[in-house]
Design a protein around this ligand. Structure first.
Ligand code: GDP
Ligand code: GDP
Length: 457
């Protein structure tokens, strides 16, 4: 079973504070990429996000928490606080943010006193202090008992260089890195990188993606709940199975939801697409109690188009009454509608109870191997001659196409180049015949197989 990876010996820096003080903006600033969604709506950043930042030459693991707001434990805020507590517990440094424009609020004061009791190094940040704004609040912030506040503006980028220096000074001394650097592939883009397998979990809202992620991580890492649209953003976490590390990208739901502001939703969708692009293997989570939805198929086609390996996860299997009939109906639908990725592995489980989830990562590893596989040119052409004999290439304009030979030009996904006179005129039906033959003969179920044509004289 997978366990969360704790051996990454990067120092952990946690950004904390009540909602809307600018934590996500600061996180983005430090990580340097648009990883978190920023919005004017309070409480939009609900999940913990992680990224890597390079500060004065030191790599740190940066964690953006949900708001540390006082609330009863059965509310959303209460659950967010529980999530923040565990982040703070593992922090080498906490960046405690306040909003210099609104001054110190009771919530700030309450959490400052809580934070003081956690015995973690804290750097107090007065954000939104662009152009000397909020100097008073910054002074007031001394009263929190967390040392000298550092005034900056995450949004305008003022004071960020100073902040980086301040953080670097407070980090524990650098250990010798035990990590080996990934070897640089020369000109070969399809070489298997040395890093972790990159996996994305995607699917419609409420399919159970967050529950699955929690189950895989074995801790209440993300906040899940019946509120649709709780997971609006992508987060990255690492876990380990017996074959090594897996980097997991969890994404927001891809469905349009009326009650969420549209620009937010658009950003969520593009975050999903981005996650899909950076992933090697994609787990498409489907709520089995609802069957296959057109949108699931759209996502499936997108995965095929992007050339990613895919595992289909039929979740909520605990709540399915007639399992045989349900499975058959779903498989039939997929077979018809996702013919391009024939033989796609399908795993059934309950992310809620955990039953069957142990089958997911082995299926992921397997499809990953296939996605990376290579066929030797000799084997390939022996099969190819056979295939030509069994089914002659069609006539085009009354002349038979002369197909000569085939070679695999890359993996990830397996891509083959076919040479022949006027090969580029090969009809799609014959291409499909060849692709299906390749897939079956060389055992490549569930991954997109590409066939490129090159005309010769
Ligand atoms: P979080 O909920 O604490 O993570 O806060 P966000 O990062 O989502 O920011 C909340 C709001 O504050 C957004 O509208 C940001 O654009 C705004 N904001 C963030 N940093 C600054 C800043 O330095 N100056 C000003 N004026 N606004 C900021
Ligand atoms: P997400 O939007 O895809 O991240 O979905 P969530 O993980 O937030 O789950 C949505 C709802 O489905 C929650 O109420 C979960 O408790 C519920 N759920 C998730 N997995 C299962 C499961 O395996 N069985 C059942 N019965 N419910 C589940």
């Amino acid at each position: 079973m997978a366990e969360r990876m704790t051996s990454e010996n990067l120092p952990v820096v946690v950004i904390a504070g009540r909602p809307n003080v600018g934590k996500s903006t600061l996180f983005n600033r430090l990580v340097g990429r648009r990883q978190a969604i920023v919005s004017d709506m309070p409480g939009v950043t609900r999940d913990r996000k992680e990224g890597e930042a390079l500060l004065r030459g030191r790599r740190v693991r940066l964690i953006d928490t949900a708001g540390l707001e006082e609330a009863a434990p059965d509310t959303l805020y209460g659950r967010m606080r529980a999530s923040s507590e565990s982040a703070v517990a593992m922090a080498d440094l906490v960046l405690f943010c306040i909003d210099a424009r609104s001054g110190i609020t009771p919530a700030d004061a309450h959490f400052a006193s809580w934070l003081r009791r956690q015995n973690r190094p804290v750097l107090l940040i007065a954000n939104k202090a662009e152009g000397q704004a909020g100097t008073n609040a910054a002074l007031e912030a001394y009263s929190l008992g967390l040392g000298t506040p550092l005034a900056l503006s995450a949004e305008h980028g003022e004071g960020i260089a100073d902040l980086m220096g301040e953080i670097a000074e407070r980090l524990p001394p650098a250990e010798k890195s035990r990590r080996r650097e990934a070897p640089k592939a020369e000109g070969e883009e399809d070489e298997r990188p040395a890093g972790p397998l990159r996996l994305a979990i995607i699917g419609r809202p409420n399919a159970g993606k967050s529950t699955l992620l929690n189950c895989l991580l074995g801790e209440e890492r993300m906040i899940t709940g019946p509120e649709a649209g709780l997971t609006r953003d992508s987060i990255t976490v690492e876990l380990h199975d017996e074959h090594g590390p897996i980097q997991l990208v969890d994404t927001a739901g891809m469905r349009k939801r009326a009650r969420v502001e549209q620009h937010l939703e658009k950003m969520s969708v593009s975050a999903s697409i981005e996650a899909l692009k950076m992933a090697e293997v994609v787990v498409l989570v489907i709520d089995a109690t609802l069957g296959v939805h057109e949108q699931d198929l759209q996502i499936g086609r997108l995965i095929e188009r992007e050339g990613r390996a895919c595992v289909i996860a039929l979740n909520k299997w605990d709540a399915v009454e007639d399992r045989n009939a349900t499975k058959k109906a779903i498989l039939d639908r997929l077979e018809i509608s996702l013919a391009q990725v024939r033989g796609i592995p399908v795993v059934t489980f309950s992310a809620l109870t955990g039953a069957g989830v142990h089958r997911l990562l082995p299926a992921v590893r397997e499809v990953y191997e296939i996605w990376n596989s290579r066929v030797s040119t000799g084997e390939l052409n022996r099969w190819f001659e056979d295939a030509l004999e069994r089914h002659q290439p069609p006539l085009v304009d009354g002349r038979r196409l002369k197909l000569r030979y085939m070679t695999q030009v890359k993996a990830r996904p397996p891509t083959f180049l076919l040479f022949g006179t006027r090969a580029e005129q090969l009809p799609d039906s014959y291409k499909r015949y060849l692709v299906n033959g390749l897939r079956e003969t060389f055992h490549m179920p569930g991954v997109p197989v590409r066939l490129q044509l090159r005309g010769t004289k």
